[in-house]
Design a protein around this ligand. Structure first.
Ligand SMILES: *[C@@H]1O[C@H](CO)[C@@H](O)[C@H](O)[C@H]1NC(C)=O
Ligand SMILES: *[C@@H]1O[C@H](CO)[C@@H](O)[C@H](O)[C@H]1NC(C)=O
Ligand SMILES: *[C@@H]1O[C@H](CO)[C@@H](O)[C@H](O)[C@H]1NC(C)=O
Ligand SMILES: *[C@@H]1O[C@H](CO)[C@@H](O)[C@H](O)[C@H]1NC(C)=O
Length: 441
């Protein structure tokens, strides 16, 4: 029986191989210009905030000097509006000469010298979303080679001004063209977002074979409503999306807006917790030069990052939606650990929620619990211990849960919930690294 299950699971994992470029075995982390800086090209009147080499050098300095790089935030990603309106005489893309006078190779060197990586933006179609030159099918090889020659480490390929047939041809072609350059370039595909994000129009098996990450859904905006809308769409479709993710291939619910204008401290923690549970890329889009310390503390939370970066790379799920407006999310982690997020959709006052690990289907045994945002180890729990936590309106309580005794000693008890069969994760659990998370030491 057991061996049949193993064969079944291995067969399933064999059909979902990742793009073979060795990149992004855990979700990528870094900074991305779009949500905060958009297409501000007014360098005359707004020199500090316009899309120019100055902005990207400033953000690289902050990632390198303010403790981000060491936590894994290494990508500095350019989005739309970097290019000149005209290709050069050889048909190659070129940056706007006034806003990027040093050129992209020099900016790439600046970023690499600081131990960081450079991402750039293109669009499969006649134009980018903001009307700059697009990458038509006949330009795919040229543009891939140009990015490789410049020393670019990641490409986000948007999908404005094209159609389904065009995208079906173009996205796989760009994957091949990037590979053919010989330079490892991570590949972010906006393709599914342009096709509704769901089968049959979207083939997640194929996406996992050609892209490292993909945008499934609409752009995030600087509002709590936008965060909720994204979380609800990802949760409603989790049976499709959750198995699509894994090392080297990630669903991308879009940027973190923590440190911008609209989220409260509780809402900021909620976005961080839910993005960690969803194994989402962590691209912050804010002004790192003026970030307040509360936002920085949340974005630099080591336990939340450890959950996001867990080497098994299994995306989490929403387990429960209570009538009270409390939702419970869960993600299995290496070392038989797991993460739980208790999320309040209420808008009145802190809600006292009572449950037990047993009610959440954890197997019998005793557990250690680390409260991620309180940054403290809690008293131990057994699966049957009822506990009550207080969850702020639009806030979360996030736990990192570990069996109190190792798996061998516990004879199979004291583990993460019994969801392995249901969600087909046992083959990957076998490969778990046996390293303790540093925040628990
Ligand atoms: C290109 O693809 C081959 C085969 O899938 C792989 O072994 C190689 O590492 C890839 N190279 C790059 C630069 O992505
Ligand atoms: C899709 O776009 C291509 C290139 O612009 C065009 O030739 C083709 O007719 C379009 N197909 C549809 C179904 O609109
Ligand atoms: C999805 O893509 C995979 C891999 O490319 C392919 O084998 C499979 O037939 C596709 N599925 C559908 C329904 O087209
Ligand atoms: C726990 O397992 C039972 C039986 O399989 C199921 O009905 C219930 O929904 C599960 N609870 C959670 C929180 O997933």
């Amino acid at each position: 029986m057991e061996s049949l299950l193993v064969i079944f699971v291995l067969a399933l994992s064999a059909v979902t191989t990742a793009l073979d470029n060795g990149l992004m075995r855990t979700p990528p982390m870094g900074w991305l210009a779009w949500e905060r800086f958009r297409c501000d090209i007014d360098c005359k009147d707004d020199p500090k905030n316009c899309i120019s080499e100055v902005l990207f050098r400033d953000m690289a300095d902050r990632l390198a000097e303010d403790g981000w790089r060491e936590l894994g935030y290494v990508y500095i990603n350019i989005d739309d509006c970097w290019a000149s309106m005209e290709r050069d005489s050889n048909g190659r893309l070129q940056p706007d000469p006034h806003r990027f006078p040093g050129g992209i190779p020099k900016l790439a060197r600046y970023i690499h010298d600081r131990g960081l990586k450079l991402g750039i933006y293109g669009d499969l179609g006649t134009h980018t979303c903001m009307g700059y030159p697009g990458t038509t099918l006949d330009k795919i090889q040229t543009d891939a080679q140009t990015f490789a020659d410049w020393g670019v480490d990641m490409l986000k390929l948007d999908g404005c001004y094209s159609n389904a047939t065009y995208q079906e041809q173009g996205y796989p072609l760009m994957s091949k063209a990037l590979n053919a350059t010989g330079r490892p370039i991570a590949y972010s595909c906006s393709w599914p977002a342009y096709q509704g994000g769901l089968p049959p129009k979207v083939n997640y098996t194929q996406l996992g074979e050609i892209c490292n990450l993909w945008r499934n859904y609409g752009d995030i905006q600087d509002s709590w409503d936008s965060v909720l809308n994204i979380v609800d769409w990802f949760s409603a479709n989790q049976d499709i999306l959750q198995p699509a993710a894994g090392p080297g291939r990630w669903n991308d619910p879009d940027m973190l807006i923590i440190g911008d204008f609209s989220l409260s401290v509780d809402q900021s923690r909620s976005q961080m917790a839910l993005w960690a549970i969803m194994a989402a890329p962590l691209f912050v889009s804010n002004d790192l030069r003026t970030l307040n310390s509360q936002a920085r503390t949340i974005l630099q939370n080591k336990a939340a990052i450890a959950v996001n970066q867990d080497p098994l790379g299994i995306q989490g799920r929403r387990l429960l939606r209570e009538k009270s407006g409390i939702e419970v999310f869960w993600r299995p982690l290496s070392n038989s650990a797991s993460a739980l997020v208790f999320f309040s959709r209420r808008s009145d006052m802190p809600y006292r929620y009572t449950t037990s690990l047993g009610k959440l289907n954890y197997t019998s045994g005793s557990y250690k619990v680390y409260d991620v945002f309180a940054e403290e180890l809690m008293p131990g729990l057994s699966d049957s211990t009822a506990f009550t936590i207080s969850i702020n309106p639009s806030g979360v309580v996030m736990w990192y849960v570990l069996p109190a005794v190792s798996r061998e000693q516990s004879q199979g008890g004291g583990e993460y919930p019994d969801f392995r069969r249901k969600y087909r994760v046992s083959s990957r659990l076998r490969q778990a690294k046996d390293s303790k998370p540093s925040f628990l030491l």
